[in-house]
Ligand binder design. Sequence first.
Ligand code: NAD
Ligand code: WQD
Length: 339
Amino acid sequence: MTTQTILVTGGAGFIGSHTCVALAEAGYEPLILDNLGNSDRRVIGRLERIIGKAPRLIVGDVRDRALLDRVFRETPISGVIHFAGLKAVGDSVADPITYYDNNVNGSFVLAAAMHAAGVQTLIFSSSATVYGDPDRSPIPETAALRPANPYGHSKRMVEQALADLQHAHPAWRIALLRYFNPVGAHESGLIGEHPQGKPNNLMPFVSQVAVGLRERLAVHGGDYPTPDGTGVRDYVHVMDLAEGHVAALRHAEKQPGLTTLNLGTGHGASVLEVVKAFERASGQPIAYDVGPRRPGDVPAYWGDPTLAEATLGWRARRGLDQMCADSWRWQQGNPNGYE
Ligand code: NAD
Ligand code: WQD
């Protein structure tokens, strides 16, 4: 059997690079297209050490139609996993047009190029952010969609456009995957997440405190209606997510259609539970101060992954302790990312 090539847009990034490992382990050949706007080409050498072969990297933009046409013409591609996009909620509020251009226009250019090339299998990175402030947790896929910022709107718009595309062209095979809070790193410690500048997200911030890059964590709010007063989220190990993409691809190969699935664990953890788990994993104390709430934050939510399990036979297997242990291994071995 010939190896199937999967185009991975944004494949040099955090979730994309881990998904390249899962794809290679499942017998696919990942082909990365990334503009390196939020990633580092040295990830390729790390992937080579894990997979045993360096994936091909095309440095370019997903909005470059001529480039996409050339890629589809030159390489037989059986499916696309589309990670490329911008993801900082605050930046999306400050500069919405840039977000709509990258996330929405980028997805449209990609879908049009796929259509022209006859490639009809697409796995799309959506986000639990499309639910906004949900009425209840765990959140099922049928919950109301009420994104609260341009980033969330951009994901919802692409979901809608892809659903319309699949409706118009029923031969398409599309999965919309709504991730909860991806954290952790590959267990080798060779690849992981390295945000540029001060991290917005909890786990990278905590691990930078543990390794001594930052002094103290600011806990954003201690007066939420949660068991310990701090915010609760559904943290999911990035390798579980990566394997979820392979499962979604295998599912799409079986039959045309559109599937929308939550990828989460079904459990919430509070900020202080994350801090304690990281202290256990690292053996380092994490200094923190409980400060005011962060504007726009939802008190608590977690996903219902029942449909993903029923549809894909996938479920998250790695717990919070492993998420922290793997983040710590990556952070300790690579305090400055891929530098
Ligand atoms: P990331 O920034 O590490 O990866 C995104 C990659 O896409 C980067 O390598 C970046 O250089 C590339 N990219 C961005 N715009 C591009 C463009 N126009 N053309 C080509 N490449 C481009 O982020 P991530 O955490 O790996 O997220 C991947 C996807 O998952 C994103 O679409 C994000 O919105 C979505 N998502 C992320 C989270 C999260 O918390 N990390 C949660 C839900 C959904
Ligand atoms: C988690 C918890 C914070 C930092 C964001 C995006 C969402 C999705 C995932 C892409 C909250 C608290 C955080 C800190 C803290 N991304 N916190 N101190 O906000 O759930 O989700 O990333 O789709 O769209 O909004 O993740 O990691 O920022 O916060 O106390 O320094 O940690 O208040 O309760 P969030 P997060």
